[in-house]
Ligand binder design. Structure first.
Ligand SMILES: [Zn+2]
Length: 72
């Protein structure tokens, strides 16, 4: 399996996966064409399976963060 990176969409900040060799990736959330060089790379993995596991954890973390009460 190809090395895979976890990226943040430059348009909407959504999390997406891409092969390390890919140059652009279409965001599944906002349909933007994401330039992988410009996008923020959150993690890299040896395989797509590992990357999706990381993606799952990052999504769970984000949900936890948004559930926290905002400081007033
Ligand atoms: Zn997006």
């Amino acid at each position: 399996m190809a090395p895979t990176v976890v990226l943040e969409c430059t348009q909407c900040g959504g999390l997406l996966l891409a092969a390390k060799t890919q140059k652009t990736r279409c965001c599944p959330y906002c349909n933007a064409k994401v330039d992988l060089k410009k996008a923020k790379r959150l993690a890299s993995a040896e395989s797509a399976m590992e990357a999706s596991e990381i993606l799952r954890k990052l999504k769970a973390q984000r949900q936890n963060n948004s559930r926290k009460p905002k400081p007033t």
